[in-house]
Design a protein around this ligand. Structure first.
Ligand code: NAD
Ligand code: UDP
Length: 337
């Protein structure tokens, strides 16, 4: 009775592995380490006292997956593995469709052959598209996506929907994440982007620790209270708990979609000021032009997850910031420290 976690050496995957182990699940991680590290799993062992096996491999490699399904009695798969940088996806669309869409296709084929039909998929709020009214609610149709990353998530959602219709024995949960930030409160694992961070929170924390000189705020002329973009930031451990709870939905066959967010909007300037207040560090910033493809404001209607999964984000913004800062200040160079 093992949960296979693809991409379990990455940011959200590693935190989910900790919560799965804490909940008593046996776990095996499958990851090609293109954006994750085996060090995360060594640290998970330190945190949980349990060793989690890492099988190094690529989800597009059917032979490697078949071997894994022969070696482990996998009951369900949580599929995090994929590429996630929006700007890079515009420059390298084929890499994104290959990794995210083809990777999921090959994984599903291997699951089908192994008789494993329970899957939780990492989707994203981006699938609501640019014209959806806020807050985003699961009853809205998927919208027009504005970059290959978002389109790859929408394509996988469709692929999994079609599969579940064709083979009703499958149990599939699509989790649409809003903006995960934070780190494990121990400071032992956290987010460690390669190169210049794309996302706001790791950028701010790398400025705070002195790795980067200043934050560029992408636009202050949006139609929001302070002119900067508004997002729904949630603690990565709340997100991880959402996956543990979603496993319960896999008992009966069907397709289930849930937003995982707090339901609260926070602007970029709110985030900078809150970070300064919580950590006592100053965050120098300048206002830069808008970033292509950014939407002014969106946040989740997360009531369905509360109603059906009993899940609700419980960690507030100050806790997200304090945990991010503990990780970053204890590990200024990330997992290389
Ligand atoms: P991450 O890059 O930290 O983790 C992804 C992991 O998958 C990495 O360890 C990487 O090495 C691995 N991987 C990538 N391609 C692989 C492949 N072909 N075969 C095997 N392993 C592979 O990213 P994350 O932030 O933890 O995101 C996890 C998932 O959640 C992704 O699918 C991402 O698109 C989705 N998501 C993330 C966010 C976010 O803001 N972080 C928001 C919405 C959705
Ligand atoms: N952002 C910013 N400077 C940065 C990174 C992000 O001003 O260096 C802004 C970005 O424009 C967006 C918000 O912060 O409004 C969240 O961006 P992120 O990339 O973290 O998440 P996403 O775009 O996926 O919502």
């Amino acid at each position: 009775m093992t949960i296979l976690v693809t991409g379990g050496a990455g940011f959200i995957g590693s935190h989910t592995v900790v919560q799965l182990v804490k909940a008593g699940h046996a776990v095996v991680v499958f990851d090609n380490l293109c954006n994750g590290t085996a060090e995360a799993l060594r640290r998970i062992e330190r945190l949980t006292g349990k060793s989690v096996p890492l099988v190094e491999g690529d989800v597009r490699d059917r032979t490697a997956l078949d071997a894994l399904f022969r070696s482990y009695q996998v009951t369900a798969v949580i599929h995090f593995a994929g590429l996630k940088a929006v700007g890079e996806s515009v420059r390298q669309p084929l890499a994104y469709y290959d990794n995210n869409v083809n990777g999921t296709l090959v994984l599903c084929q291997a699951m089908q052959a192994a008789g494993v039909r329970k899957l939780v998929f990492s989707s994203s709020a981006t699938v609501y598209g640019s014209d959806a009214p806020v807050p985003y609610v699961e009853t809205l149709p998927r919208g027009r996506t504005s970059n290959p990353y978002g389109t790859s998530k929408a394509m996988v959602e469709q692929l999994l929907t079609d599969l579940q219709v064709a083979e009703p024995g499958w149990s599939v949960v699509l989790l649409r994440y809003f903006n995960p930030i934070g780190a494990h409160p121990s400071g032992v694992i956290g987010e460690d982007p390669r190169g210049l961070p794309n996302n706001l929170m790791p950028f701010i924390s790398q400025v705070a620790v002195g790795r980067l000189p200043e934050l560029a705020i992408f636009g202050d002329d949006y139609p929001t209270d302070d002119g900067t973009c508004v997002r729904d930031y949630l603690h990565v451990l709340d997100l991880a708990d959402g996956h543990v709870q979603a496993l319960g939905q896999l008992v009966a066959p069907g397709l289930h979609i849930y937003n995982l967010g707090t339901g609260l909007g926070v602007s970029v300037l709110d985030m900078v000021r809150s970070f300064e207040r919580v950590t006592g560090r100053s965050i120098p910033y300048r206002v830069a032009p808008r970033r292509d493809g950014d939407l002014a404001a969106f946040w989740a209607d997360a009531t369905k997850a509360q109603r059906e999964l009993g899940w609700q984000a419980s960690r507030g913004l100050d806790e997200m910031i304090a945990d991010t800062w503990r990780w970053q200040s204890q590990n200024p160079q990330g997992y290389q420290d």
